[in-house]
Design a protein around this ligand. Sequence first.
Ligand code: 5GP
Length: 213
Amino acid sequence: MNDLPGILVVLSGPSGVGKTTVAERLIEKGGYVRSISVTTRECRPKEDGRMEVDGVDYHFISMEEFERLRDGDELVEYARVHGEWYGTPKQPLREALRAHEAYLLVIDVHGGGQIRGHGLNSLMVFLAPPDLNELRRRLEGRKTESEEQQTMRLQRVDMEMKKASEIYNHIVVNKDLGTCVEEVHALVLEARRKLKEKQDAGETLYPGLGLNS
Ligand code: 5GP
């Protein structure tokens, strides 16, 4: 895969649709690296009960630190989700693209909109649930969040489904995990081949990211 250019892959979808699991499966295939976001939210237990790890799941930072990164133009996108701030650091993204990796951004739809707006030749994939009611039931059953947090997540689902068709190139239904992962992987491969053609034709793939600096 490494003779193909690096690519920015945005993976979004409603809470509980399985974005993290899909990202993990792609990483197991090799050639994929996941962006570690910064966030102002507190570290919490994951669905398997283990605690999140700073620097692995997220970089857990203060609001002051977040503002410093944002105002210093060190985040390629950022958004407030469920009352907390999240953002994607630029530097690791530059390094991954230079190293011809597929760089996975598991981010919300507002962040996805910003990436799209940057015109970065990114692949935008929205993961949709096969059944919205089933998703709601799953979210309600989550033990890791307060009732208030669960309500916020449920209210967001409708807005996200609407944004999906406006911003994303592809909507992939996560009915069967294995099939979903293969579908996303095939889209990534196809997008990278197209990028290679553009690159061979002399196009700058990631203008504004300072990849040559
Ligand atoms: P959680 O708190 O459940 O880990 O994530 C909440 C939401 O924030 C998810 O939809 C997740 O994809 C999104 N998110 C995580 N990191 C980022 C980021 O760096 N930027 C944006 N825009 N959203 C993010």
